[in-house]
Design a binder for this molecule. Structure first.
Ligand SMILES: NC(=O)c1ccc[n+]([C@@H]2O[C@H](COP(=O)([O-])OP(=O)(O)OC[C@H]3O[C@@H](n4cnc5c(N)ncnc54)[C@H](OP(=O)(O)O)[C@@H]3O)[C@@H](O)[C@H]2O)c1
Length: 249
């Protein structure tokens, strides 16, 4: 029997519950691919699992974290059609990513583009595919439209900012520190720290309405005046016309 090294959680808690242990090699089922994982992404969900707040889904290793991997196909299940041994792939798993090898459903993998190394590819699936779904599939962002990204300094938020900018949108990035504002400005977004100071809220007021001081006063803490798919939003406290905005909160 072959052995893999895996990061395991021995219980719920902090770093003290983590260890590297040897486990049996995963055996791919008919539609799974065995990936030699050169790199694995680390996500807030892995930390939530370690704290005991985010159990692995049925079928995933209960104590080996890791939701995304990048590496090379080592073996294919009997029914796999999309991949061959040696292909460079990245993708999503329900758990078990923080190990030398992981079994991944063939449809949860994508080919690593030539211009991307395995290190970067391992951090694409969770953040960028989630952001792509929110920004384009759910919100239907179009060229030249405006996008508000709340929590823009996070993994998914930063990905949403970059994807939207690449698609030709104007991006307002909601953050809560000057350091994050500098980072988002560096990516090309207009940062906004609405709860910090009147000057930090200025982009918000300018974006929502040229004359809408009520938006400035009522919305920054909740962002509630922007609808998920544009148009105007009515609430008990605000009614602000936002004809073309998009929100990926
Ligand atoms: N496929 C999926 O459905 C999928 C995949 C991945 C993630 N997610 C979800 O997407 C969300 C973001 O994930 P992530 O990986 O990007 O997390 P993350 O990297 O921890 O980012 C969280 C963001 O939220 C901000 N934030 C946290 N508490 C806040 C508060 N009280 N007020 C304002 N901003 C606050 C953080 O700001 P600071 O930087 O200032 O702390 C940061 O920008 C999570 O809810 C996660 O569960 C879903």
């Amino acid at each position: 029997m072959r052995i893999v090294r895996a990061v395991v959680y021995s219980g719920a808690g902090g770093p003290e519950v983590m260890a590297v242990e040897e486990r049996p090699d995963p055996v791919p089922t008919a539609h799974e691919v065995l990936v030699a994982a050169r790199f694995a992404g680390l996500n807030p969900a892995d930390l939530a699992q370690r704290a005991g707040r985010y159990p692995a889904p049925p079928g995933a290793p209960a104590d080996i974290p890791g939701l995304e991997v990048a590496g090379t196909v080592l073996a294919c299940g009997t029914a796999v059609q999309r991949w061959r041994e040696g292909d460079r792939v990245f993708g999503i798993v329900g758990g078990g990513g923080l190990a030398d090898r992981a079994s991944v459903h063939e449809r949860h993998l994508a080919a690593v583009p030539d211009g991307l190394d395995d290190l970067a590819a391992a951090a694409v699936a969770e953040a960028f595919i989630t952001a792509h779904d929110a920004v384009f599939t759910q919100a239907g962002l179009g060229l030249g439209e405006r996008l508000l990204v709340n929590g823009a300094s996070g993994g998914v938020g930063t990905a949403a900012v970059q994807l939207a900018l690449a698609a030709g949108a104007l991006v307002l990035a909601g953050v809560r520190s000057e350091r994050a504002a500098d980072q988002l400005r560096g990516l090309g977004a207009e940062p906004c720290c609405p709860t910090r100071s009147p000057s930090a809220s200025a982009p918000w007021a300018a974006w929502t309405s040229s004359s809408s001081s009520s938006a400035h006063r009522t919305c920054p803490s909740t962002w509630s005046c922007w609808r998920p798919r544009g148009g105007s939003w009515s609430s008990a406290t605000a009614r602000v016309p936002t004809p073309s905005c998009r929100c990926a909160c």
